[in-house]
Design a protein around this ligand. Structure first.
Ligand code: MLC
Ligand code: AMP
Length: 505
C-alpha cells in the first residue's frame, strides 16, 4: 500500500459523489469535493516548501476546510498538529516552538497575536477562517484538485497531539499512521458503523475524540457526518432526527437530559449513543435509559493510546464501566510501586499495549521512558479494577489531572503560574465537582509572610497565559497547605475541603 492511512480512509472515496459532511444549514460537501479541496491544500504545502514529516500547527475553527487540512497533511506525508482554539498566543508559542512546526495556520482574528510566534520560530503563517476564506485559501484556489499521494508506511508519523504532564510542560504525543488506522478498524468492527450511518458530530476536532474517533470511523465506514461547530442544544435537537449515531463527552448527555425537548420519540430512530473522554456517572446512564430507552455505550481512551476499551455493542452495556479491551489491545492492572500484575478484582494502575499505543513523546526520551515500558505497555495513570465478568471500572487517577467538560487540565501548569506571582509563597490547584463540566478548577494559595493577596488581581495576572477553561473559578488563601509525612501536598484533603465551593455565577 502506498500511504496506508490516506488510501484506507480518504483515497478510497475518490470519485464518489456520496455526501460526507452536512452542515447545520443543510449545505453538503461530497466525499470527492472534500478530497479535491484537500489535494489543493497539499499542493500549497509543497509550494511553501514543506517536506514529509514536517509539522503543520493548526489553530482554526471547526469547518469542512479545517477537516480538509487534516486529509491534506496525511496525503502530503506531513504531521498534523491541531491546537485547541481556546489556547492563548503564549500557549501556542510553546507548541510551535517545541514541535518545530514549519507552518502555522490560524484565523484572521489570531493572526496579529501569532505573527511574532511564527516570526520567532521561522514558521510560515497563513490564515484560514471558519467561512473558508483566508490567505491559505487564496494560495489553494489556483491549485490542481488532484495531488500525487506521498508514500508512507504504518510506522511513519501522522499527528502530534500535545498533552500536559505532571511537570507542567506539555508533551507532543507522536501518533503513527498505524496507531490511527488500527484503532479506527477495531472501533468500526466493535460499533458496527456502515455507510448507512449518519453521525451527529458536535465535538471539537482538535482532540482524539472528535478528530480520530469520530471522523476516522465515519471516513472508514463511508458514513455521513452532520458537522456542527459546537454543542448547542437547539441544533442538536433539531438535527437529531436526521442522525443514527452520536458521540459526546458526558456534559453533552447531562445537557440533553436537562432539556425537556429531548424525548424518547426524538431518539426512537437512533442506533447508538457513545460517551467518553471523562467519567459518565452511572446515574446519567440510567437516567438516559429511562428517558430514551437507549443505553449509552461508554468507552475509554486517551491521547497517547487512542481508544483502549469499550462496552459491547451487542452485549450488556454496564453503567459505571468502560467495558472490555478492544481487539488487539492488551490490558492489565498493576501495582503502581512494583509494576507487578495484580489479581483480578484488585485496584491498580491500568496499563495497555497494542498497535494503538503511540510512538513516544516528541524529543522527550526520559518522559517517554517513564510512561512507556520497554515491553510496550503504556502506564496510563488511571486507576482501574476488573470485575468478575471482565468489565473495566475506572476508579480514580494516579496522575494529577482535572477533567472539565472533557478537556484535560494539569494543575501543575496553573500552580507554576501562581507560584511566579509576587507575594505567593506556594499554591495547589485541584478539581472540585461541577454540575455541568463534571469538575472545575480551584486554586489554594499561601501568601508570603506579611503579604495581603488581592485574589482578583492574581486571577487577572495569570489569565493572559491560560486558556479560559483552565482558569481557576475560585482562589482561596490558606496559612499552609496540608502535607503528608513525606512533605507532599495532600490534594485529596484539598478536594474534600473545597468540594462544595462551586457556585453558579
Ligand atoms: C468551555 N468552557 C469551559 C469548557 N468549555 N470551561 C470549563 N471546561 C470546559 N470544557 C468555558 C469557556 O471558556 C467560556 O468561558 C464558557 O465556558 C462558554 O464557552 P463555550 O465554548 O460556549 O462553552 P460550551 O459550548 O458550553 O462548551 C462546553 C463543552 C465543550 C462541554 C460543550 O467544552 C466541549 O465540546 N468539550 C468537549 C471536549 C473534548 O472533545 N474532549 C475530548 C478530549 S480527547 P467564559 O468565562 O469565557 O464565559 C480525550 C480522549 C478520549 O479525552 O478518551 O476521548
Ligand atoms: P486525554 O489525555 O485528553 O486524552 O484524556 C485521557 C484521560 O481521560 C484518560 O487517561 C482518563 O483519565 C480520561 N477518560 C477518558 N475516557 C474516560 C472514561 N470513559 N471514563 C473515565 N475517564 C475517562
Amino acid at each position: 500500500m502506498n500511504n496506508p492511512l490516506y488510501d484506507t480512509l480518504f483515497g478510497c472515496h475518490q470519485g464518489k459523489t456520496s455526501p460526507f459532511l452536512e452542515l447545520a444549514d443543510g449545505t453538503v460537501m461530497s466525499h470527492t469535493a472534500y478530497l479535491e479541496l484537500a489535494a489543493q491544500y497539499a499542493h500549497v504545502f509543497t509550494k511553501l516548501g514543506l517536506k514529509p514529516e514536517d509539522r503543520v500547527a493548526v489553530q482554526i475553527g471547526k469547518s469542512p476546510e479545517a477537516l480538509a487540512v487534516y486529509a491534506a497533511c496525511v496525503q502530503a506525508g506531513l504531521v498534523f498538529l491541531p491546537l485547541n482554539t481556546a489556547y492563548t498566543a503564549s500557549e501556542v508559542s510553546y507548541f510551535v516552538e517545541n514541535s518545530g512546526a514549519r507552518l502555522l495556520l490560524c484565523d484572521d482574528t489570531k493572526a496579529e497575536a501569532l505573527a511574532p510566534v511564527a516570526a520567532a520560530t521561522g514558521a510560515a503563517l497563513e490564515t484560514l477562517n471558519d467561512d473558508g476564506s483566508g490567505s491559505f485559501t487564496d494560495l489553494a484556489n489556483p491549485m490542481s484538485t488532484s495531488f500525487p499521494t506521498v508514500a508512507r508506511t504504518e510506522t511513519d508519523l501522522a499527528a502530534f497531539l500535545y498533552t500536559s504532564g505532571t511537570t507542567g510542560r506539555s508533551k507532543g504525543a507522536m501518533l503513527t499512521q498505524g496507531n490511527l488506522l488500527s484503532n479506527t478498524q477495531a472501533l468500526l468492527g466493535e460499533w458496527a458503523f456502515t455507510a448507512d450511518d449518519t453521525l451527529l458530530h458536535a465535538l471539537p476536532i482538535f482532540h482524539t475524540h472528535g478528530l480520530f474517533v469520530a471522523t476516522n470511523i465515519a471516513l472508514l465506514a463511508g458514513s455521513k457526518i452532520l458537522f456542527v461547530p459546537k454543542f448547542d442544544p437547539d441544533t442538536m435537537i433539531r438535527l437529531m432526527s436526521k442522525a443514527t449515531t452520536m458521540m459526546g463527552v458526558p456534559t453533552f448527555y447531562t445537557r440533553l437530559l436537562d432539556d425537556a425537548r429531548f424525548t424518547k420519540d426524538l431518539t426512537s430512530h437512533m442506533r447508538l449513543f457513545i460517551s467518553g473522554s471523562a467519567p459518565l456517572l452511572a446515574e446519567t446512564h440510567l437516567q438516559f435509559e429511562a428517558r430514551t430507552g437507549h443505553r449509552i455505550l461508554e468507552r475509554y481512551g486517551m491521547t497517547e493510546t487512542n481508544m483502549n476499551t469499550s462496552n459491547p455493542y451487542k452485549g450488556e452495556r454496564r453503567a459505571g464501566t468502560v467495558g472490555f479491551p478492544l481487539p488487539g489491545v492488551e490490558l492489565k492492572i498493576t501495582d503502581s510501586q512494583t509494576g507487578a500484575t495484580l489479581p483480578q478484582g484488585e485496584i491498580g494502575e491500568i496499563e495497555v499495549r497494542g498497535p494503538n499505543v503511540f510512538k513516544g513523546y516528541w524529543q522527550m526520551p526520559e518522559k517517554t521512558a517513564e510512561e512507556l515500558r520497554e515491553n510496550g505497555f503504556f502506564i496510563t495513570g488511571d486507576l482501574g479494577q476488573i470485575d468478575e465478568d471482565g468489565y473495566l471500572h475506572i476508579v480514580g487517577r494516579n496522575k494529577d489531572l482535572i477533567i472539565s467538560g472533557g478537556y484535560n487540565i494539569y494543575p501543575k501548569e496553573i500552580e507554576l503560574l501562581l507560584d511566579n506571582e509576587a507575594g505567593v509563597l506556594e499554591s495547589a490547584v485541584v478539581g472540585v465537582p461541577h454540575p455541568d463540566f463534571g469538575e472545575t478548577v480551584v486554586g489554594v494559595v499561601v501568601a508570603e509572610k506579611g503579604v495581603e493577596l488581592d485574589l482578583d488581581q492574581l486571577k487577572q495576572n495569570i489569565s493572559g497565559s491560560l486558556a479560559r477553561f483552565k482558569q481557576p473559578q475560585k482562589l482561596f488563601v490558606v496559612d499552609e497547605l496540608p502535607r503528608n509525612t513525606m512533605g507532599k501536598v495532600q490534594k485529596k484533603a484539598l478536594r474534600e475541603a473545597y468540594k462544595n465551593t462551586y457556585q453558579k455565577p
